[in-house]
Design a protein around this ligand. Structure first.
Ligand code: NAD
Length: 304
């Protein structure tokens, strides 16, 4: 099959591109390399260095005519979205609209969108399922909600099918320490240089950490499952930052100090997403428990 991956030079996108090639597909990549890196990008990919807001995007899609588009290109930083809401909306909202217009004209059959747990905001119950109210507390969260709504609108207006995947905190090789789930890559870097780990607050705040290889499998499942669904991609397990730090210290057998700093304003205390729907509609569940994913990342991975 012919696939287009926007953001294919980024952390998650580059792993997806690799797997699409491994199973024998043709893969096109559009990325402006704002946070992605050429060294992450599979050399077999047909690569177009382009901004998703570019007015030539439509012409490009009409030339390559992919059957399925995986839309991962985004402004991914919550703090940057708050500092520069215009840029966040330009890429995440206007860029998505530009892509959807191009998808309609190019006859794309399905758009698979990388959304985020950030759409839920402060949880009012656990685990968060897809019916949880959307009360985003950052510009990034709102821009993801807006992109989701435009994707649904284009399905209703033009019949372009979609699957929206809402990821929990993704971790794995090639992750930039700046990203949404950056704590794992920050700790990995600190452990590699034998520097102290910094934890904000008590460390008892929890997150749902999902390994990038499982996220790639979820994207593949989304290419063939019933369309027009919104699905969490998560483990359903809450892990405290203290537990994460201790697990990483033990796996790498590195003794470093753990330093506690005051809690950061706006940090959500607990987050855990139900992966039940993903199992019911895509037959997907995570293969990696946190410890297994961390071992794969810290001990086996060469970054590839
Ligand atoms: N990493 C996580 O924990 C996480 C959690 C939830 C959702 N997501 C979503 O998953 C997707 C991938 O995130 P990631 O962690 O791999 O981040 P990333 O920054 O590594 O990847 C994003 C890619 O998009 C590219 N890009 C950014 N703006 C662009 C533009 N205007 N035009 C073209 N390309 C552009 C970047 O160069 C980069 O290669 C994003 O949509 C993100 O919002 C990530």
């Amino acid at each position: 099959m012919e696939f287009l991956v926007t953001g294919g030079a980024g952390f998650i996108g580059s792993h997806l591109v690799d797997t699409l090639f491994e199973i024998g597909n043709t893969v096109y990549v559009i990325d402006n390399l704002s946070s992605g890196k050429l060294e992450n990008l599979n050399p077999s990919a047909s690569f177009y260095k382009m901004d998703i807001c570019d007015q030539n995007l439509c012409e490009l899609l009409c030339n390559i005519r992919p059957e399925v588009v995986f839309h991962l290109a985004a402004q991914v930083s919550v703090p940057c979205s708050i500092q520069n809401p215009y840029e966040d909306a330009r890429v995440n909202v206007l860029g998505t609209i530009n892509l959807l217009e191009a998808c309609v004209k190019a006859g794309v059959k399905r758009v698979i969108f990388s959304s985020s747990a950030a759409v839920y905001g402060v949880p009012i119950y656990f685990p968060i399922n897809e019916a949880h109210p959307l009360h985003a507390i950052s510009h990034y969260g709102v821009s993801k909600v807006a992109a989701e709504e435009y994707i649904k609108l284009y399905q209703r207006m033009y019949g372009t099918n979609y699957v929206i995947l809402r990821y929990a905190n993704v971790y794995g090789p090639r992750q930039d320490a700046e990203g949404e789930g950056g704590v794992v890559s920050i700790f990995a870097n600190r452990l590699a240089s034998k520097d102290a780990l910094t934890i904000f607050g008590s460390g008892e705040q929890t997150r749902d950490f999902i390994y990038v290889k499982d996220v790639v499998r979820a994207n593949l499942a989304a290419a063939t499952c019933s369309p027009n669904l919104t699905i969490n991609v998560s483990t359903g397990e809450a892990t405290s930052i203290n537990k994460l730090a201790q697990t990483m210290i033990s796996i790498t057998n590195t003794s470093v100090e753990v330093i506690y700093q005051p809690e950061r304003q706006g940090d959500i205390q607990h987050s855990v997403l139900s992966p039940q729907l993903a199992w019911e509609v895509m037959g997907w569940k995570p293969n990696y428990k946190l410890e297994d994913g961390l071992k794969d990342m810290l001990l086996n991975s060469t970054g590839q």
